[in-house]
Write a protein that binds this ligand. Structure first.
Ligand SMILES: [Zn+2]
Length: 457
């Protein structure tokens, strides 16, 4: 299998007049300018090829919440965030079939946005069917949905044991709760066995997560870190999502969440801190010294009014920065990328705030850093890596007229999602001309689910 777009992004820049080829395993075997190879490759006229994007942090079931939390809380009682209310209601009502249909919808949208690999931070373990509560039934449905639409997935199975800082064990909301850390590890092992037995290792794999530091005890953190290290699993945790979280962590433990995780053996190159909006300078240094990763989710953070992560501090300290869609209020990783740079430019009218060439740095965050965070095989179009890529229409109005020097900046700062034409994962075509083969079914099932889910009183 070979492809010949007008140009292909090979890491630093676009190369023109180059074909690339893959083997039967879907891995890239060579790039070539030989006339015979150019003649043999599938011509993709008027298109550029880029490495598939890696969405490092997603909660796919939040797709049912889109548009449900944008109004101000009503009434004069203490205001409960309408988004949070909808979140808890959806979680209580979600069935195994429902989460499959929801995840398929979210994952298809990701494919349409050029995303070829997702880190699904999964904490909805309860099941409104009543079967398998606290087990891995819901996680299995999410993995099945990823396989069905054809996206690679790292399922980060997340522990949430107590409600929050200082709360007793077992006080986490029932839909999200693991009874004990031992139960959590057991159910993660069951999930790993299921995933390893049913899907290729580079298509679906399991990591672990800590939903938030307040949701577990110090003993739980140590047990999860030990388990993760022993099994060489990726470990992700929401940290520094709010200033209040930091204050409560210091009140209970005498230190902030990143320092607490560091002291208990969590921080290393397999760890990713998600959000990290309120990370201090010292916490950025801890993450950098451990060569850990930080996943920023700027669109979702803007939507929740949380503020912006200090990404320039993480990069300066030596941590990698990846990007996530998180709540998926809008699934467009390139929008997330440009939002990072614009956040840094706020009140500082200097271009190239993140790095001298922000387009390159931001695409790196959306590809290479994400793949590293998830332990994925993709991240770049190179010999030996999988042929995971998307193509864009160079004549689509949002980027038309870009030349070789400005094409990447056009894409990172201006590309509209509709410019994305084809998506290939492991040399298998998943999106053709902006459409998934099961588009109608996936959307239809999701629309029916939404009607069922929200029509109940
Ligand atoms: Zn999240």
């Amino acid at each position: 299998m070979g492809w010949l777009p007008d140009c292909v992004f090979t890491g630093e820049k676009f190369e023109f007049g180059v074909a690339f080829f893959s083997d039967a395993m879907g891995r890239i075997t060579r790039f070539s300018r030989e006339p015979a190879d150019l003649a043999q490759a599938r011509r993709l006229p008027g298109q550029a090829a880029l490495p598939g994007l890696v969405n490092t942090h997603s909660h796919s079931f939040h797709r049912v919440l889109r548009g449900r939390g944008e109004h101000r809380a009503r009434g004069d009682r203490p205001a409960t965030d309408p988004w949070r209310q909808a979140h808890d209601r959806a979680a209580e009502r979600m069935t195994a079939e429902g989460i499959f249909d929801t995840a398929r919808m979210a994952f298809m949208e990701m494919l349409l946005a050029g995303i070829t690999c997702v880190g699904e931070f999964h904490y909805l373990h309860g099941n409104a069917d009543g079967a398998g509560a606290g087990g891995s039934a819901m996680a299995r449905e999410v993995v099945r949905a990823a396989h069905d639409v054809g996206i690679r997935i790292a399922l980060l199975n997340a522990a949430w044991i107590r409600g929050d800082f200082g709360a007793p064990a077992g006080s986490a909301p029932p839909a999200f709760r693991s009874a004990t850390v031992a139960d959590f590890v057991r159910s993660t092992e069951t999930l790993r066995t299921f995933v390893a037995g049913n899907y290729p290792a580079d298509e679906a794999w399991v990591g672990v997560g800590i939903h938030h530091v307040g949701g577990v005890t110090v003993e739980d953190i140590r047990a999860i870190a030990n388990y993760g290290h022993a099994q060489r699993l990726r470990l992700h945790a929401h940290v520094g999502t709010s200033a209040e979280e930091n204050a409560r962590c210091i009140a209970e433990h005498g230190r902030g969440p990143v320092a607490l995780l560091a002291e208990n053996g969590v921080l290393d190159k397999r760890f990713t801190a998600v959000d990290a909006i309120h990370a201090t300078d010292d916490e950025a240094k801890l993450l950098g010294a451990a060569r850990a990763c930080v996943c920023a989710c700027p669109t979702a953070a803007q939507n929740h009014g949380l503020g912006a992560a200090p990404v320039e501090k993480f990069i300066a300290a030596g941590a990698a920065v990846a990007l996530g869609s998180d709540t998926g209020v809008q699934i467009d990783l390139l929008r997330d990328a440009r939002t990072i740079e614009y956040g840094l430019r706020t009140n500082r009218p200097e271009r190239g705030a993140l790095s001298p060439d922000p387009a390159v740095a931001l695409l790196h965050a959306a590809t290479v850093a994400g793949a590293r965070s998830l332990g994925a095989t993709g991240g770049g179009l190179e010999v030996g890596r999988p042929a995971d890529f998307f193509t864009i229409n160079l004549f689509e109005p949002s980027i038309a007229g870009a030349d070789a020097d400005t094409l990447l900046a056009n894409i990172v700062f201006a590309l509209e999602r509709r410019a994305i034409r084809d998506v290939w994962i492991g040399a298998r075509q998943r999106i053709a001309n902006g459409r998934h083969v099961a588009h109608g079914t996936i959307v239809g099932r999701f629309v029916e689910l939404q009607q069922r889910l929200w029509s109940q009183p």
